[in-house]
Design a protein around this ligand. Structure first.
Ligand SMILES: NC(=O)c1ccc[n+]([C@@H]2O[C@H](COP(=O)([O-])OP(=O)(O)OC[C@H]3O[C@@H](n4cnc5c(N)ncnc54)[C@H](OP(=O)(O)O)[C@@H]3O)[C@@H](O)[C@H]2O)c1
Length: 271
């Protein structure tokens, strides 16, 4: 007897990672890692909304991104430390973008002071980056629910949200990693889990990417050398080494993954 069962055809790997037809918004898109993350989303086919606190910088990078589907990337001024500003920025997209499928909360207002010098106001201000990540994530989740669509939300954590820094890496070179940064990134990793659970029923996945040591060219050479000593792979990370992680978590390749913290650290947290 002939079977009447419908044969499901597995999507190919290319289809799973393809972001054609999706719109992705990334904060801090002009930053050291943000540029590679934004490029990865564009190369995978997404329309990218590059955010910066400066409209000019955002537009400049948006125009530089590859555009395989000729859809036109956008630049958007967005300061995630300003609640009203987040809403205004997203509202301003209404006539230009029908839906935001992917959010990458990557921007970060930094404060380099370590535990010896930071004051209470500065510590609290650094934690407010998490408030911005949450408010923007909730706005994108609400828009997805209103449109009856799914969404993938990514938050940037850090290896320093999982482990303490080694004091001797910084000793006599520069201030140690800021205590507010550790509190912030540990909080972001856990915020990811909380939101993932509440929003799973809405088909909104929430995941975190935690980079390890990716110091920019501005970091002191001595510091980089000390960091390298602590990495099992014996080198610092290149921004392009985050491209696979962001496309994986943004795309259907990770359709059954939510609440996860994907660590990309050359093995730093493995020992
Ligand atoms: N590099 C590393 O080793 C490393 C390691 C672990 C985690 N991370 C995380 O990865 C993310 C990117 O880091 P990065 O190294 O690329 O730093 P970065 O070069 O300083 O980029 C961060 C970007 O955030 C934007 N920004 C600043 N204040 C903002 C605000 N109030 N609202 C929205 N955006 C704001 C800035 O862009 P504009 O000035 O154009 O607005 C800046 O370029 C951060 O969340 C960081 O904590 C980095």
């Amino acid at each position: 007897m002939k079977s009447t069962r419908k044969v499901e055809v597995d999507p190919t790997v290319q289809q799973l990672f393809d972001l054609t037809g999706k719109t992705a918004l990334i904060t801090g898109g002009t930053g050291f890692l943000g540029r590679s993350l934004a490029s990865a989303l564009a190369e995978a086919g997404a329309r990218v909304i590059v955010c910066s606190t400066s409209q000019e910088r955002a537009e400049s990078l948006a125009h530089q991104l590859t555009d395989p589907n000729s859809i036109g990337h956008l630049g958007l001024a967005l300061n995630h430390m300003n609640e009203a500003g987040i809403d205004q920025a997203i509202n301003s997209l209404q006539d230009k973008v029908s839906h935001i499928d992917i959010l990458v909360n990557n921007g970060h207002e930094a404060n380099p002071k370590d535990w010896t010098t930071v004051n209470g106001e500065e510590f609290t201000r650094q934690l407010a980056n998490a408030t911005g990540y949450f408010l923007l994530a909730r706005r994108i989740r609400n828009l997805a629910v209103e449109a009856n669509k799914s969404a993938s939300i990514l938050l940037l954590g850090s290896m320093y949200g999982l482990v303490a820094s080694y004091p001797d890496c910084y000793d006599e070179i520069c201030p140690a990693s800021p205590p507010g940064y550790h509190a912030l990134k540990g909080g972001i990793i856990h915020l990811t889990r909380h939101l993932a659970v509440y929003w799973a029923q809405d088909q909104v996945r929430v995941n975190c990417i935690s980079p390890g040591p990716f110091p920019s060219d501005l970091a002191p050479e001595k510091l980089k050398a000390r960091l390298v000593e602590r990495v099992p792979l014996k080198r610092i990370g290149q921004p392009s080494e985050l491209k696979g992680a962001v496309v994986y978590l943004a795309s259907d390749a990770s359709s059954y993954v939510t609440g996860h913290n994907l660590v990309v650290d050359g093995g730093w947290t493995a020992w």
